[in-house]
Design a protein around this ligand. Sequence first.
Ligand SMILES: [Zn+2]
Length: 304
Amino acid sequence: MAEKKNTAEKKKTTEKKDTAEKMKTAEKKNTAEKKKTAEKKKTTEKKDTAEKMKTEEITEMSVEDKLRALYELQKVDSGIDRIKILRGELPLEVQDLEDDVAGLETRITNFEKEISALQEAIAKKNNEIQNSQALIKKYQEQQNNVRNNREFDSLSKEIEYQTLEIELSEKRKKEFTQQADEKKSFIEESQKLLDERKGDLETKKTELSEIIEDTKKEEEQLVKRSKEIQSKIEQRLLAAYQKIRNNARNGLAVVTVQRDACGGCFNKIPPQRQLDIRSRKKIIVCEYCGRILVDFDRDEQENN
Ligand SMILES: [Zn+2]
């Protein structure tokens, strides 16, 4: 009877031990798997949360924060616009100076041509004067050998005519010389102007290459900043901003109230609407131009 009991107990113990071990193993396995699944779940959740948070962050942004982000974005984008305008205007200035230089050079060349034409005309008059003087000499000699008064008078008339011709030529010569002198002083003036313009042109060219160099870096930084801000703004609002900006000639989509008027189109804004803008509780657009109106410039002025 005692032996039976003993065996029974042994069996029980063994069985218990077995079960315990089995259970332990099972538990271990289970825990491992559970852990694995949990980790997997965690990763997926983390990813989900990150995305959710981003969306939530954007959608949970207060209207004021949205407006502030748009205002910041506008400032950065306007900075990019300014650089683009600057880079566009300076080449035009250089082009203008190049045109000026070319124009002055042409003017000087033309004056020089006119002067040499005048000098040729003066030389021609000198020849004519010499010819007339030779003719006069010849007629005077002939007068010494005339047969009658009529021949003498006729030669006298020829001499008179040639004398008048000489006078006329001298008068013309004087005029031509005057004209040539005038043109010479024009050339001097133009040359001075040309030297100035050439100096300006060199300066502008240097400025242009420096600006292109500098603004490239600045623009890259601004574009980066613009993208950063854009990523914080919800898609629909950003699209609206871009649309207004593209339609506006000055690239302004977000403007401040200036002297009770819209900073974009300068139409008056009613007092109630201005209060709405100041409350920053909803997005207010200008009823005339559709630009988004903000009042953050007041904060800036206070801070300064
Ligand atoms: Zn407006």
